[in-house]
Design a protein around this ligand. Sequence first.
Ligand code: GUN
Length: 291
Amino acid sequence: MSAKIIDGKAFAADVRGRVAEQVAQLKARHGLTPGLAVVLVGEDPASQVYVRNKGKQTIEAGMNSFEHKLDASTPEAELLALVEKLNADPAVHGILVQLPLPDHIDEAKVLAAIDPAKDVDGFHISNVGLLATGQKALVPCTPLGCLMMLRDHHGSLSGLNAVVVGRSNIVGKPMAQLLLRDSCTVTIAHSRTKDLAEVCRGADILVAAVGRPQMIPGDWVKPGATVIDVGINRIPAPEKGEGKTRLVGDVEFDSAAAVAGAITPVPGGVGPMTIACLLANTLTACARAAG
Ligand code: GUN
C-alpha cells in the first residue's frame, strides 16, 4: 500500500476541540450557549445511532442539545408546528430534522419550513442558492468535512480535476459546488455516466458518494490521486462468523490504496467529520445570531 491514510477520526476530534474552545469564549464574552435541536421521526435504527452520537458530542462541545423524538405516524402538520416552535425559540440556534422522513411527510416542505439562519444541515433552498452563487451560506456537513480534509492534504485545490460520483442533494451536488468554489475543474458523474471508469481515471480528486458497496475499484483511480470515500455500507462478513456484517465504503479500499496518493478509510474517514461539521455550523449560526 502506498497511499497516505487520511485519519478522519483524529481530524474530527481536532475540529470538535476547536469548536469547544470557541463555545467557551462565546459563553464568557456574550453569555451565550449555542443550542442544537435534533428532530427524529420514527425508529430507523441507523438514524437512532446518529442522533444519539450527535446529542453526546453536542454536550461534550459545551452546547445545549434538544432532542425531539416523534412517533413514525406523526402527522406532517405536527412536525411543521414543531419546526415553527424551534424557529421561534431563542435558545435554539441550529435545527436538524433527521432524514429520511416517513413516506407520508413531504421532505421538501419540512426543509423549507426551517429558518435558513438555523439550517445547520444547509439543505434549505436559500442556503443551497447562497452556496451556488458564492455567498455566505450554511453548508451541508458531509461535503464540508470532505473539503476540510482535502484542503488540509493539498493546501490549494486550484486547477485540480475533481470527479464527484453521485448527485444527491445531501452530498454530490453541494460537494461539487464547494470544489468549484475552490477553483477545481469539476465533473459530477452518476449512474447514467458513459464510461464511468475513464471519467474517474481523470480525477486528481475522486469523491465517491453513491451508496454502492465497493463499486469503485483501484484501476479506476489515477496514480497519486486523493480518494474521498463517503459511502457507509454494511455488507455480510461470514469470515467474522455467521450473520456478522462489516462496514465498507463505495471504494474498494485495498486496490485503491495501492495506487492513490491519499485515501479516507471506512469507517474512520468521512463519517466522524460530519458531526464535527454540524457542531461547527451550530457555532457559526449562534455567532451570526449574536451579531
Ligand atoms: N441522514 C443522513 N445524513 C443526514 C444528514 O447529514 N442530515 C440529516 N438531516 N439527515 C441525514
